[in-house]
Ligand binder design. Sequence first.
Ligand code: SF4
Length: 279
Amino acid sequence: MLRLRATSLARDLPWIDCGDPWAVLVSEVMLQQTQVDRVVGPWRNFLDHYPTPRALAAAPLDEVLRAWAGLGYHRRARNLWRCAQEITERHDGDVPSDLDELRALSGVGPYTAAAVASFAFEKRVAVLDTNVGRVLARCVTNRRLTGPEATQLAHALLPRRDVARFNQAMLDLGATFCRARPRCATCPLARVCAWRRAGGEDPAPFSAGVSRAQPRFVGSRRQLRGQVLAALREGPATEATLRVAVDEGLRPDLSSVLDDLARDGLARVARGRWRLAEG
Ligand code: SF4
């Protein structure tokens, strides 16, 4: 059985043990597609603006999108804004602790729901992300796992007590040592790691829960979306003005990216001028 001493692995992250389910939920949404070190500052800033679900629910969307600056993947901001409205309407402004109720909120998938249930409410649920997926495939089984196998194994490993600390230790182990390129020489589990002991092909790629490499960012539509939204945060602009504001190599996709942003409810056009959506 895998035993982890949480304190020896823990990263020092401000949302751990903060005691505020809303702050935990915001951190988990921000961490969905952004590295930890890029989240800490924006997380503090966002909570300064919106310390409760009610505060976020009452804000206009264009203001929320400005407060999201620097994080990218702006659909998350819109989903979090909707999520805050749902929490306000359905749960009287309190983040729910029930897994199903969490999953019913906008932008909250299985991972985020489990993370909030565990870290904010000490529920006995496994938190399975790409980091934990690598640890399960390499350290515990030394084989590629299916989705149900990974889920079952993650739950079977949970200790009777201190589940949140165990989950955090697993995440930290994967993020610090058992990375895509593992740091086995300094890993505290090297002596018990099944893959390290047996050798052979790395079982982590294509194992359940382990994400593939991110597509290239530079030159992508994602980069162009970020540049357009950054320009619109400064104020309304025509498409011609936006064309000058974005990188030259990205300009051919500008019209279709503007259409995407309108479809996603992040921007709107009126009388030829684009602006951030208010809601
Ligand atoms: S020894 Fe290497 S493969 Fe095994 S858990 Fe540690 S980092 Fe991962």
